[in-house]
Each structure stands twice: as structure tokens, then as C-alpha cells.
Design a protein around this ligand. Structure first.
Ligand code: MN
Length: 270
């Protein structure tokens, strides 16, 4: 099985190396990842400059020390990496796309800000099942342990059978708590806002400088949300979809009368 691995923390991130090492037994691994940190890049793609691809040695932590594999770095966004890899760099499309392991959780509304989730979502858009892995981090993440947990979750997902259209967002709780994870919870994505505010850092002739202040804290959105389970020490699995259409609202808006556009409102002239 050909597996494409990407991330948003950059090709030299320890989370990516740990994930790649942990899933090597599943097939042929190809690493295509941003050359710089792209956290918070969301689903952006690069349109104003061509993308440069370079071969990079990636040291994978293995039991016997380290194994070096060749990866490809891209001077673009996570979504660029997956698009470019699938459309141009790989001899054939991968069977599976993995993203991560991100340093920092991507639960709740963070799925919109996250480059980690975007890389996986791009795979889903291209018809390839994809899984995003992120680990909640207060300080450092024990990536070898995180990778072991991700490998276990992935094994269970593969056992269930991943197919076209599958996009799974997996978050690990803060592993600095030795009692965690307490288990696995399949949970819906919280839609509560990111509570972080902006503080005025400078105000001079150059303009006003604002810094985001906070710890990526999310608001509360019900006990069944992923953020709650994650905060309670569970590994969370959230199936996502790229179709953002609100189908209930769609029906309501479709039921309205949309005729009546005249030339006065800018309608057709003939
Ligand atoms: Mn990141």
C-alpha cells in the first residue's frame, strides 16, 4: 500500500518522522511536506509563485536507531503538498494519506485553521481516504508514544475499512498526563469559537500591532463534542466531510421564490 504522509509543522518536524516510522510496516511511504512551519495555514494553496520541490533526508526514529528516508519538501502550504504529490510527484495516487502528527490539538473549530487537517482534507477531495493526527501539547509531545497510539488507531480504522470519501480527524489528549489516554471516543466536531483575543502590542507611526493572546482555548459546545472528550483524556476520532453545505438550510432556501430579477436590479438586458 502506497501511503503519502504530510503535515503542517514542516518536513523536519519530529511528529512527522515519528508517524512515518510507526506506519512503515503498512507499505511504501512517501513524505511530501512543507519546507517551513505552516501551522494555521488552513486550506490555503499557493497561487502567486511556482512551487519548488527539493529532496530532503528525513531521519525516522526506529528501534535500532534511525533510518533515513528521502522526503520531498515543498515551499508551499500543506494542501499544496498533497495536491502536487498526487497530481505530479507520485507515479500513481496513494491508497492512503496521513497528516501529522501535529504538535497541538486540532479539535473543534480548529479544523478550519489547521494545515494538518487541510492536508488530509485535500486527500479526501482527491478521492483518497485520509487521516489527520494531532496531539494536544502543553509543552513537548512524547512523539514516539503518540505515534504508537496513532498506529494503533490507524490499525483499527483500516480493520474497519477506509474508503473514498473518508476523512478522519484524530486527536490525542495531553500525554504528559501519565494516566492518559483513558480510552477512545468517537465524537462530533465542536463548533464553539476559539476564545483567544488580540492584545495591542505596539501603537506607533508604523501602525497598531496586535498579537494573538491565549492558549488556543475553545469555548464549550455540549458534552458530546470532541473538545470535551479530549480534555477528559480521550483519544477522539471525528469523521469530517468536505461538503460544507447545510442541507437543511439548502432545502429551505430552495423552497423560496427566486424569480423577479429585473433589469433594474442588474439582471439580463435582453
Ligand atoms: Mn502545526
Amino acid at each position: 500500500m502506497r501511503i503519502l504522509i504530510s503535515n503542517d509543522d514542516g518536513i523536519h518536524a519530529p511528529g512527522l518522522a515519528a508517524l512515518a516510522a510507526a506506519v512503515m510496516d503498512l507499505g511504501e511511504i512517501t513524505i511530501v511536506a512543507p519546507d517551513t512551519v505552516q501551522s494555521g495555514a488552513g486550506h490555503g494553496i499557493t497561487v502567486h509563485h511556482p512551487l519548488t520541490v527539493r529532496e530532503v533526508d528525513v531521519a525516522l526514529p526506529t528501534d535500532g536507531g534511525a533510518t533515513t528516508v528521502r522526503g520531498l519538501s515543498v515551499d508551499g502550504r500543506p494542501a499544496d503538498c498533497v495536491r502536487l504529490a498526487v497530481k505530479s510527484l507520485l507515479p500513481e495516487p496513494p491508497k492512503l494519506i496521513l497528516s501529522g502528527i501535529n504538535k497541538g490539538a486540532n479539535d473543534g473549530i480548529c479544523v478550519f485553521y489547521s494545515g494538518t487537517v487541510a492536508a488530509a482534507a485535500e486527500g479526501c477531495i482527491l478521492g483518497i481516504p485520509a487521516v489527520a493526527f494531532s496531539a494536544k501539547a502543553t509543552h513537548d509531545v512524547d512523539f514516539p508514544r503518540a505515534a504508537k497510539l496513532c498506529r494503533w488507531v490507524l490499525g483499527r480504522l483500516l480493520e474497519a475499512g477506509l474508503q473514498r470519501g473518508d476523512l478522519l480527524n484524530v486527536n490525542l489528549p495531553d500525554l504528559s498526563n501519565p494516566a492518559w489516554p483513558v480510552g477512545v471516543q468517537v465524537a462530533r466536531q465542536s463548533t464553539a469559537e476559539l476564545l483567544d483575543n488580540y492584545t495591542l502590542a505596539a501603537d506607533d507611526a508604523d501602525g497598531r500591532v496586535y498579537k494573538i493572546a491565549g492558549d488556543y482555548e475553545l469555548g464549550f459546545d455540549g458534552h458530546d463534542a470532541d473538545s470535551v472528550a479530549l480534555a477528559e483524556g480521550y483519544i477522539t476520532i471525528t469523521p469530517l466531510r468536505v461538503d460544507m453545505t447545510d442541507h437543511t438550510k439548502l432545502t429551505q432556501w430552495l423552497a423560496r421564490d427566486w424569480t423577479g430579477l429585473t433589469q433594474a436590479e442588474g439582471g439580463e438586458e435582453g
